[in-house]
Design a protein around this ligand. Structure first.
Ligand code: ADP
Ligand code: MG
Length: 344
């Protein structure tokens, strides 16, 4: 496994279209590192530059301490798995997986053994004689993965490899891919626009926005302590409010007043899963009175949209047998300290 360091990377496709705008990143050896961001933020461009398929305008990439300026793709120990499988249609699964080793003129017998071993790891060993058109989407992606792993690259790049799959299969492959990475200990750079997927899979992740890295950290840090409004919204937080006034021991925002000594910042975030509701008006420390507007029952939890002061808040409540609240009902929101994060 190798480290990757990316320094001051710039790439513009035209004077108006800057795809990467000064990207600095360090990926550790053996890390499952994810690039997360909306469509068009520069994820694919960054992967293509790491692979050597695209030249940066400025900046540099090193893998395992080796500077890759001008090094062509096939001389980098990097393989890529794309969203659109890109298998050779006229070769069977066995030959697709073994292709990289054939190119390196590895002995036939050794290729056979390694294809068999890799096919077992990726669970396609019963499909070796089929052609790609006889495979499902999930099977094709397993074959693409086996083909990319067979020559043991230092780094595997994965560009939204699961996004063409339906939800159930996708969840299953997320688990398998994560297990595989932990087992092989190889450095993975994984791209997705899905924040849930990024959190499930990654050791660390970088959130990209318009060609810039907004924040790098573990899933927990990115979710619990977002540094920017963009990151907070992209991670799915709904209760984000401008801080109108901050006194020594309280904060004022559209929803009302919260007591406590809070860090300085522009916005306050209330985590919907850490708020709790009580029926009626209940006085107490950091309790806000509100009225339920909408209830979205989701089985294990219910999402309540409530009107609180001049703000609309979302509260996610676990359904553990207690009575549900109804729209129109007066409630009290209990704001626990751990529900609050301040955006700097
Ligand atoms: P992502 O993978 O995050 O969706 P991309 O890296 O594909 O983003 O694209 C980043 C930006 O660069 C987009 O606005 C896209 O339109 C533009 N772009 C990407 N590739 C090219 C290209 N070959 N020519 C012109 N513009 C491009
Ligand atoms: Mg892309």
């Amino acid at each position: 496994a190798s480290s990757i360091s990316i320094r001051s990377l710039h790439k513009a496709f035209s004077s108006k279209m800057t795809a990467l705008d000064g990207v600095d990143l360090d990926v550790q050896p053996g890390e499952f590192f994810t690039l997360l961001g909306p469509s068009g933020c520069g994820k694919t461009t960054l992967l293509r530059i790491i692979a050597g398929l695209e030249q940066p305008d400025r900046g540099s990439i090193s893998i395992g301490g080796r500077l890759l300026d001008g090094v062509p793709p096939h001389q980098r120990s990097v393989n890529t798995v794309f969203q659109s499988y890109a298998l050779f249609p006229n070769r069977n699964v066995r030959d697709n997986i073994g292709f990289g080793l054939q190119m390196q003129r590895v002995k036939r017998q050794i290729i056979q053994q390694r294809v068999q071993a890799m096919a077992e790891i990726t669970k396609v060993d019963d499909l070796l004689d089929r052609n790609p058109e006889q495979l499902s989407g999930g099977q094709k992606q397993r074959v693409a993965l086996a083909r990319a792993l067979i020559n043991e690259p230092d780094v595997l790049l994965l560009d939204e490899p699961l996004s063409a799959l339906d939800a159930g299969l996708r969840g299953q492959l997320q688990v398998e891919l994560q297990r595989l990475q932990r087992r092989l200990g190889m450095t993975f750079v994984f791209v997705t626009h899905d924040q849930q997927e990024a959190m499930v899979m990654s050791h660390r992740m970088a959130v990209l926005h318009e060609g810039q890295v907004q924040q790098v950290g573990t899933p927990q840090v990115i979710y619990e302590q977002p540094k920017t409004l963009f990151v907070a919204r992209f991670m799915g937080h709904q209760n984000i409010f401008a801080i109108q006034q901050r006194n020594e021991d309280e904060i004022v925002a559209d929803f009302g007043v919260l007591k406590g000594r809070f860090a300085a910042g522009s916005h306050i975030l209330l985590r919907e899963e850490a708020l709790s509701l009580k029926a009626g008006v209940v006085e107490g420390h950091n309790r806000l009175t509100a009225r339920v507007e909408e209830c979205l029952y989701r089985g294990g939890s219910t999402e309540y949209r409530v009107l609180c002061g001049n703000a609309r808040l979302t509260v996610r409540s676990h359904n553990l047998g207690q009575a549900l609240f109804a729209s129109g009902q007066d409630v009290t929101i209990d704001v626990a300290p751990e529900a609050v994060a301040i955006l700097p």
